[in-house]
Design a protein around this ligand. Structure first.
Ligand code: MLT
Length: 389
């Protein structure tokens, strides 16, 4: 037996596990202190009524012999795939139902999709980046190269023809920086991928936060993208499914064998998302569901504004927060991102995510999320003001 030694090239633990451990240690040592968590991007509002009602009806169906369901299609039920197809049609993107694959979330699919690609591919990731893109490729022993996302390029790097990459990760709206590509910006990546026979893995998990009609929600809004991109999306942040688990991946037929390969992979290694959960996800697209999730998204948007206003008042430079639940701020007084993390935890018991955890360009930056409760967001900002101002 030989171990996969690539694992020894990983950092000791996953970023958000490291943070949770630090916070738990602090909490055990200071049980009287109230900690406010604005670190991991986990939602706090409950599932909306439309989703809950749909799931309740599905539970009832499962308890009656004539409507009971056992194994479902591994790639998802048609009712949900059709709802997603219609959602894309509104963005003038036409998809066939068998180009859509339902899963338990974008994180799993972003990792699992690598099954389809040879180890001998060069992976290009922007730095800073969602750590899953990097870690899953380290696990597979793939070569990773980085492209700088920084203040100079507004955290939206453009392709560099002198760099040759086979697999490219793009997340827009971006985790962690909140930056959003315009159609022109994405078009450059699509052109690069087409010219270089590369594939773009496009993470659209935060698309629902976009309110500017000119900004693309899907990479398929860009001409040619179906020939070079796989898109990942999720109900986690859109509709509060972080604990419920449901997402989807689009693998266009225009990508040739990849569509059939992904089907083969999923039917072999995955048993599908529970029927009850898929009915809940379907309800997100109903008129009532849409209204309700917008109410929740507006609540998080308002939290982002509260954070942004406080940072402005404190004279702290920041990015994001407008079309994203993430606010990416510059640590004051040139503090390192982990020092700032400790400073906030120790002095005001507010938890954020150190930028360094997202890559070397994240050093000196810090991420706060707008997914907290209103009360906690206000309280955290009050504490921050008293500490910094
Ligand atoms: C984050 O905080 O970056 C996200 O919650 C992580 C995730 O969605 O897996």
């Amino acid at each position: 037996m030989k171990l996969n030694e690539n694992y020894s090239n990983l950092k000791e633990s996953y970023l958000f596990s490291t943070i949770a451990k630090k916070v738990n240690e602090f909490s055990a040592a200071h049980p009287d202190k109230k900690i406010i968590r604005l670190g991991i991007g986990d939602v706090t509002l409950p599932l909306c009524k439309a989703v809950v009602n749909a799931m309740k009806s599905a539970v009832e169906e499962m308890g009656v012999q004539s409507t009971f369901r056992g194994y479902g299609p591994e790639q998802g039920y048609d009712f949900l795939k059709n709802a997603i197809k219609n959602y894309y049609a509104e963005k003038n993107v036409s998809l066939a139902p068998d180009e859509i694959f339902i899963s338990d979330g974008a994180k799993s699919d972003l990792g699992n999709i690598l099954d389809l690609f040879d180890k001998d591919n060069t992976v290009l990731v922007p730095d800073p980046v969602y750590p899953v893109y990097v870690d899953t490729n380290i696990m597979a022993g793939r070569k990773i190269i980085y492209i700088n996302a920084n203040e100079e390029n507004d955290f939206l790097p453009a392709p560099d023809e002198s760099i040759k990459a086979d697999i490219i990760y793009i997340c827009s709206p971006n985790n962690p920086t909140g930056a959003v590509y315009t159609k022109e910006g994405l078009k450059k990546w699509v052109d690069y991928a087409l010219n270089n026979n590369a594939i773009i893995l496009f993470d659209a998990a935060y698309e629902a936060f976009i309110t500017d009609a000119t900004l693309p929600h899907s990479i398929y809004e860009i001409e040619g993208a179906k020939n070079c991109a796989i898109e990942f999306c999720s109900f986690s942040k859109t509709a509060g499914f972080t604990g419920t688990r449901c997402g989807y991946t689009v693998v266009p037929h225009a990508l040739g064998r990849l569509n059939k390969m992904w089907l083969r992979r999923q039917t072999t290694k995955f048993n599908g998302v529970p029927y009850i959960v898929q009915r809940g996800a379907e309800a997100v697209f109903t008129e009532e569901g849409r209204k309700e999730i917008q109410t929740n998204l507006n609540y998080y948007r308002e939290n982002a504004k509260i954070i942004a206003d406080t940072l402005t008042e404190c004279g702290i430079k920041f990015f994001g927060g407008k079309f994203s639940p993430y606010i990416w701020l510059k640590c004051p007084n040139n503090m390192s991102s982990w020092d700032f993390f400790d400073y906030l935890l120790t002095n005001i018991q507010v938890v954020g995510t150190p930028g360094e955890g997202f890559g070397k360009n994240g050093e000196g930056f810090f991420r706060l999320t707008s997914f907290g409760s209103r009360e906690n967001t206000i309280e955290a900002m009050k504490r921050l003001k008293s500490l910094i101002k």
